[in-house]
Design a protein around this ligand. Structure first.
Ligand SMILES: Nc1ncnc2c1ncn2[C@@H]1O[C@H](COP(=O)(O)OP(=O)(O)OP(=O)(O)O)[C@@H](O)[C@H]1O
Length: 251
């Protein structure tokens, strides 16, 4: 069973048609990176998976459960999905440890000792053991995002959705968050990642999906999409985003 199965997904905001017939499956343990120009519908696609956006048409199943069915218990489905946003959305008045335990305690009804143990385990995973007692404002952006990832992981998700998790970070902090994501991928976490980090997509993804104007233009293994793109639109996009970063010695 695929972890995510999307068929014929359409999404409009008023007259604006943002997703125009998306078919996509994500298999267990797969890392799928969605790339494409700004405004192409990448975040909207991701947000439809856990119904943060209500699809206009189409079906979405997560681990076999049809989330687009009005009778679906979406809260139960969301408990199995970790979502990491561009903005870290930590509670400023809670310590890092409390941020990581609060949903475990309230939603999963774990006792304090167990929630603390799981928080410690996941803060270690993201390299934040030393910061458990700190408040978000005392952390760098990269550390805040790693805390947000630990908070998601503590809910034992079967699937993680990442919506441009490094876009709000200073460039020198991007690497530490990508390293945590890379480790998760290596551990076999199923991940759907919207990203502008082409090197990450190329090196970590099992499959790269290129979106433009609300459709999937092409998808395939990174070596194919980056190395031998079939579609002109993909070639143009990659040329545009990869070219400026190529700095020649002496420039
Ligand atoms: N809640 C909303 N209401 C109205 N329009 C929206 C809403 N959310 C997104 N849009 C519009 O839908 C289009 C696609 O947005 P989306 O954020 O999915 O694109 P994206 O590919 O993720 O872009 P970026 O890479 O810049 O984040 C944009 O034109 C955006 O303005």
């Amino acid at each position: 069973m695929s972890t995510i199965e999307i068929e014929g997904l359409h999404k409009s905001f008023g007259a604006l048609e943002v997703l125009r017939g998306i078919d996509l499956a994500v298999e267990p343990g797969e890392v799928v990176c969605v790339i494409g120009p700004s405004g192409s519908g990448k975040s909207t696609l991701l947000r439809c998976v856990n119904l943060l956006e209500e699809p206009t048409a189409g079906t979405i199943r997560v681990a076999g459960v049809e989330v687009t069915d009005p009778d679906c218990d979406i809260d139960a489905v969301r408990r199995g999905i970790g979502m990491v946003f561009q903005q870290f959305n930590l509670f400023g008045h809670l310590t890092v440890r409390e941020n990581v335990t609060i949903a475990q305690r309230r939603v999963l009804k774990r006792g304090r000792a167990e929630a603390d143990r799981i928080a410690a385990e996941n803060l270690r995973r993201v390299g934040l053991t030393e910061k458990a007692g700190a408040y978000p404002a005392q952390l760098s952006g990269g550390q805040q995002q790693r805390a947000a990832i630990a908070r998601s992981l503590a809910m034992s998700p079967r699937l993680m959705l990442f919506d441009e998790p490094t876009s709000a970070l200073d460039p020198e902090l991007v690497g530490e968050v990508l390293a945590v994501m890379r480790a998760l991928a290596d551990e076999g976490m199923t991940m759907l990642v919207v990203t502008h980090e082409m090197a990450f997509a190329r090196e970590v993804a099992n499959r790269v999906v290129f979106m433009d104007a609300g459709v999937i233009v092409e998808q395939g293994p990174p070596a194919e999409v980056f190395g031998r793109p079939r579609e002109e639109r993909t070639r143009e996009f990659l040329h545009r985003v990869l070219e400026p970063t190529r700095v020649r010695p002496g420039d």
